[in-house]
Design a protein around this ligand. Structure first.
Ligand code: IPM
Ligand code: MG
Length: 360
């Protein structure tokens, strides 16, 4: 099979981790007889430095013409980087938001699971983490507060900023359907998270999710208020299977869930549209403080590449080979600095990529 992949190395540790993911993908290609065609585009700070904008129309067109997009990470240190002196619509993050919108990537899948070998990294008490957990956060990605109208005005010498949170029923329905579809392939439970005791957008969310649930009689549905969910994630994470939620709640809860695993360097993500097309990226950020030192953990990006093979190309066997390589390397005791523990062998970013590629 020929796979046309647009790569976005991005900023910070992005280029290093994408290089290792490519290494692993090349090993998969060699073993299973596929051809990987990579085309790199600039996004975020890397694009600002060259083009003055975080994403160009040409870059969007290149991404659109690919079968899938594999991304590292974008952005820099918000207090020291000159990128953050630019107008908000010209900063690195604006490139990512624009790309999500341009590619209609409304469904964001963020798995958060506890790896047996890394259970010690989990910050929860043993009696809580002992049950293990494996959840999928399904975040709506192209609506809500992050894409509503916003403005800052001065009224009678007082600055006033407004952001708007809007969802129409179709936007809610399509993400709910994806959420229930995924639940059918997992433990068949959906927790829909909202703030229906306050927000109209949440009340509509709840109504539409209940309608969609009728088509999935095998899936059990519960509603949970977002503040309670934030609490439940640390109190009893094992209760969750699929968490279905809107854009900002999903942004916040997915960071919390990844911290609860104790190993954010291990967590992948996929952003999908209505077709097989998707953008795949690690859940973590660009970690500018450790960029270029060959100490970043490439596993989240490698696992994102595995999600790409699974969701965009239906190459389940190949994706399994990557997932198993990760488990194998962990079992053999190899760790990057972020997940290092006593008795293990610490390796750099490149060496971790080599080990993974060899085990594919
Ligand atoms: C994420 C990030 C982005 C978001 C930022 C960089 C705009 O936090 O992917 O979670 O909020 O969506
Ligand atoms: Mg975030």
């Amino acid at each position: 099979m020929e796979l046309n992949i647009t790569c976005i190395p991005g900023d910070g540790i992005g280029p290093e981790i994408v290089a290792e993911a490519k290494k692993v993908l090349d090993a998969v290609a060699a073993k299973y007889g596929h051809t990987m065609n990579y085309t790199d585009i600039l996004m975020g700070g890397a694009s600002i430095d060259v083009h003055g904008v975080p994403l160009t129309e040409e870059a969007i067109a290149t991404a659109k013409s690919a079968d899938a997009v594999l991304m590292g990470s974008i952005g820099g240190d918000t207090t020291t980087s000159p990128w953050y002196k630019l107008a908000p619509n010209l900063r690195p993050e604006a490139g990512l938001l624009a790309l999500r919108k341009a590619l209609n990537l409304f469904a964001n899948l963020r798995p958060a699971l506890l790896y047996e070998e890394l259970a010690d990294a989990c910050p929860l008490k043993k009696e809580i983490s002992a049950a293990g957990f494996d959840m999928m956060i399904m975040r709506e990605l192209t609506g809500g507060l992050y894409f509503g109208e916003r403005k800052t005005v001065e009224e009678n010498g007082v600055l006033k900023a407004t952001d708007t949170l809007t969802y129409d029923e179709n936007e809610i329905r399509r993400i709910a359907i994806k959420g229930f579809d995924i639940a059918m392939k997992r433990k068949k439970k959906v927790t829909s998270v909202d703030k229906a005791n306050v927000l109209d957008s949440s009340r509509l969310w709840r109504k539409v999710v209940e309608e969609v649930a009728k088509d999935y009689p095998e899936v059990s549905l519960e509603h949970m208020l977002v503040d309670n969910c934030a609490m439940q994630l640390v109190k009893d994470p094992a209760q969750f299977d699929v968490i279905l939620t809107e854009n900002m709640f999903g942004d916040i809860l997915s960071d919390e869930a990844s911290m609860v695993t104790g190993s954010i360097g291990m967590l992948a993500s996929a952003s999908l549209n209505d077709t097989k097309f998707g953008l795949y990226e690690p859940s973590h950020g660009s970690a500018p403080d450790i960029a270029g030192k060959d100490i970043a953990n490439p596993i989240a990006t490698v696992l994102s590449a595995s999600m790409m093979l699974r969701y965009s190309f239906d190459l389940d066997k190949e994706a399994d080979a990557i997932d198993n390589a990760v488990k194998q390397v962990l079992k053999e005791g190899y760790r990057t600095g972020d997940i290092m523990s006593e008795g293990c062998t610490q390796v750099g970013c490149k060496q971790m990529g080599d080990l993974l590629a060899q085990r594919v």
